[in-house]
Ligand binder design. Structure first.
Ligand SMILES: [Zn+2]
Length: 281
C-alpha cells in the first residue's frame, strides 16, 4: 500500500515536470494556462479559489453570481440546463494502479451503469495484469497512455515507438484487447493543430488515434479529487465550450477521485448531461 502512495506521489511530480516541459505544446499551454498557473501556487487554495472566481465573473458576466449553489441553470443563456441535450464520456488516466482506487471507481461505474474509458500506463499493466483485466471485464474501453508516462512530444521517435508498442503488447497480453487510441501523458504533442510528428508517425504504425480531452478536472491537484473548487472550474470549462454536444472528461485513477466520483456523477446528472459510451475511434 505504501507503494501505491509512493506511486501516486511520483505521478503528481511527473505531472508537474511535464507541465514545466510543455513549452513546445503551444495550444496546450494556451488552453490550460490558467490551471497551470494555479498549479504553480498549489497549496495556496484561497488564492486559487479567488482566481477562479474572478475568471468566472469576468468571462461569463453571469447576472446573479450566487456562487457555489448555482447549478448552471442561470448564466447559460436561458432556462435550459448546462447539459441539456449534451453527452459526457468519462475517461480515467494513469491506471491500473493504485488498485484500491481502481476497484472503487469500477464499483461506482457499475452501480451507475456507466461505461468509461481507461488510458493505462504499460508498466503498471505489466505489474497488475489481473486488475487490468477487470477494466475490460466490466465492459469499459482500455487504451494506451504510454509505458512510463513520459513526455512523448520531447521523446525521440524510437522512444515513442517503444513506449507505445510495449504498452500495446502489455494490454493485449493482460486483456486480449488491442487498444485503438493513445492519449499522450500531459496531452503533450497530442492537441489538434500541434501534433508531434514522431508521435503521429508511430501512432499511425500502430493504428492508434491520438486523442486528448475536452474537460480537464485537474483532480490530481491538491486538494486531490473532485471537491467544490474543482466543480466550479469544471462548470467554467463547459461554459467556455458551449457549442460542443459531447465532452470527454479527463480524470485520473486516484483515491480522491474514487471517493468523489459518486457525487461528481450526480452533479453531472443535475446539470442535465447524459452519459455516453466511449467510441473505439
Ligand atoms: Zn497521465
Amino acid at each position: 500500500m505504501s507503494n501505491n502512495n509512493k506511486q501516486a506521489n511520483a505521478k503528481r511530480d511527473d505531472v508537474k515536470r511535464g507541465d514545466d516541459k510543455r513549452g513546445d505544446d503551444k495550444q496546450g499551454d494556451d488552453k490550460w494556462g490558467d490551471y497551470k498557473r494555479h498549479d504553480d501556487k498549489r497549496g495556496d487554495d484561497k488564492q486559487g479559489d479567488d482566481k477562479w472566481g474572478d475568471y468566472k465573473r469576468h468571462d461569463y458576466k453571469r447576472g446573479d453570481d450566487k456562487g457555489d449553489d448555482d447549478k448552471g441553470d442561470d448564466g447559460n443563456g436561458g432556462d435550459g440546463k448546462l447539459g441539456d441535450g449534451k453527452t459526457v464520456v468519462l475517461s480515467f488516466d494513469d491506471g491500473p494502479a493504485p488498485i484500491g482506487a481502481l476497484k472503487d471507481i469500477l464499483k461506482t461505474l457499475r452501480h451507475e451503469d456507466i461505461k468509461a474509458e481507461f488510458f493505462v500506463v504499460g508498466s503498471e499493466v505489466e505489474e497488475n495484469p489481473q486488475k487490468t483485466k477487470m477494466i475490460v471485464r466490466e465492459g469499459h474501453d482500455i487504451q494506451n497512455h504510454s509505458w512510463s508516462h513520459v513526455n512523448l512530444a520531447t521523446a525521440s521517435e524510437e522512444q515513442v515507438r517503444m513506449e507505445l508498442s510495449q504498452t500495446q503488447d502489455a494490454i493485449a497480453d493482460a486483456t486480449g484487447v488491442t487498444a485503438t487510441k493513445v492519449r499522450p501523458p500531459f496531452g503533450a504533442g497530442g492537441f489538434e493543430g500541434n501534433i508531434d510528428p514522431e508521435l503521429a508517425a508511430v501512432a499511425a504504425e500502430l493504428d492508434l488515434a491520438i486523442v486528448t480531452w475536452d474537460i480537464g478536472t485537474v483532480d490530481w491537484m491538491t486538494p486531490e479529487g473532485l471537491g467544490p473548487e474543482k466543480i466550479a472550474n469544471i462548470e467554467n470549462q463547459f461554459l467556455q465550450q458551449p457549442d460542443k454536444s459531447e465532452y470527454n472528461i479527463l480524470m485520473h485513477v486516484t483515491e480522491g477521485t474514487a471517493r468523489d466520483l459518486p457525487a461528481f456523477i450526480e452533479q453531472l446528472s443535475d446539470w442535465g448531461f447524459t452519459f455516453g459510451e466511449p467510441e473505439m475511434f
